[in-house]
Design a protein. Sequence first.
Length: 421
Amino acid sequence: MAEKPHMNLVFIGHVDHGKSTSVGRMLADTGNVDAYLIEKYRKMAEETGKATFEFAWVMDSLKEERDRGVTIDVAHKKFNTDKYYFTVIDAPGHRDFVKNMITGTSQADAAVLVVSAVEGPQAQTREHLFLAFTLGVRQLIIGLNKMDAVKWSEEKYNEAKGEVEKLLKLTGYKDVPVIPYSAYTGDNATKRSENMPWYKGPTILEALNNLKEPAKATELPLRLPVQDVYTITGIGTVPVGRVECGVLKPDTKVIFEPSHVVGEVKSIEMHHEQLPQAIPGDNVGFNVRGIAKNDVRRGDVAGPVDNPPTVAKSFKAQVMVLNHPSVITVGYTPVFHCHTMQIACTFVELLAKLDPATGSVKEENPQFLKTGDAAIVRIQPSRPMVIEKAKEFPQLGRFAIRDMGQTVAAGVCLDVEKKVQ
Ligand code: GDP
């Protein structure tokens, strides 16, 4: 079977606007949840007297069953369309979303922003939209859910669409379809709705098929952030980490930055098996000749000798402040989480605050930033660190900023002032 291109998809949006139900609906209607399971959960839902709709119930129950160690033969949160093979990254709560999007095992290639047609956009709608944009999720579909609950009203659709489009203007998203649907009944999810003949645009499924295929990370130069380093008797030094982009091959030289040491890759292992090569997404251990255990450490990034990972003296970034108790001013030094690196970095310049109304610069050199602000800033790491322009290496160019146990901001790197090695 010819493999379909793979896409990581995230469902975002305000709590209770119908993300879980929508995921369940897409899985079921594309034939990825067995009918008998849905029937089973419908019965369980009835028996326990829960008013929960069956698809939300499917999603919750999958988790519960997993927790209890029961095996379910469902391709959990993966579904196929005519064109793509989708993996759904869950974004139940705001925090998990931030974590998933930044340090997560899979970066979303596209997002479906679920907005209830009953309530219209709410606080988290805006926040998730901004965050998705800031973190470089470039393709977006907006689903106006619960159209059944507003009697399939075109007027309600136009009203909510108007509000959503105002929000969209705050970001750089273009050509975003706003689709009226019902996760509950399935109208315009995968099948065209007879209840909304006034709507001529794509269904959710069609919009998913219309997404553009993401650039292949294999074609970029190698970047492998080191998670850990082991010494194995008889083998030698074995760094462990995930290939973010490019290809790792035996008998090639790699450089580790910022430690600035070179070694030769001898063998690569994943799940105790030798690999002829490792590609993006592979979590591998690889034996490197020419380096000692203490030469490399967590936070180093391996790359080709002729295209080494970029070590920053400082970098320019676009950040969004998600949750800060007071204000961010020059001198603020929280911990940045970037690939496998955790490092204190200082805000050395607040270059510009971006206008939520137009997306353009609202204020040059603002005095401070507070929750909800998007801004361009200059950051200085307290020690050498590898970070890349998000445009060139999306996987290595985003970060979360944490302080006092919470994620206070997230951002992407726009430009790097290289450190002379
Ligand atoms: P989430 O918090 O965004 O994941 O939202 P859920 O999927 O858990 O849904 C929240 C509530 O909205 C549940 O009670 C659902 O049954 C209900 N809901 C979801 N989709 C629809 C819909 O299309 N129509 C109606 N009427 N209710 C819906």
